[in-house]
Design a protein around this ligand. Structure first.
Ligand SMILES: [Zn+2]
Length: 119
């Protein structure tokens, strides 16, 4: 249990919270009033493993190689080869996929996400 900013709607005492994923339960220590809520977005709760794959580029630019090499955590040459052949550059949860998706979009790198990414 930890303190938080929620006040009991019944008696105004500061409530305590307990996590019972994905629900956040608020409990009043004074009158025992309980509220179940959730503070998470749908994307936080998504346990799907998504795959980002790069569509092959016959002649990848320096910029593309640099950006993808960071996501892929490979060196320049390995990344260049990966871009030329096309490959999965990242596997993970929606939250991280969203972050990389933004980077790829911004740099006009063509990619595919499997399964369909709804965010
Ligand atoms: Zn109360």
């Amino acid at each position: 249990m930890e303190e938080n900013k929620y006040l009991c709607p019944e008696c105004g005492a500061q409530m305590y919270e307990t996590y019972d994923k994905p629900a956040l339960n608020l409990i009043c220590p004074k009158c025992g009033c309980k509220i179940a809520t959730t503070r998470w977005e749908k994307i936080d709760l998504d346990v799907t493993d998504y795959e980002i794959s790069i569509i092959q580029e016959s002649n990848p630019s320096m910029d593309h190689i640099k950006i993808v090499s960071k996501i892929l955590a490979k060196n320049f040459l390995q990344t260049k080869e990966a871009l030329i052949s096309g490959c999965v550059i990242f596997k993970g949860k929606a939250i991280e996929v969203k972050k990389y998706k933004a980077i790829l979009d911004k740099n006009e790198i063509i990619y595919k996400i499997n399964p369909d990414f709804p965010y």
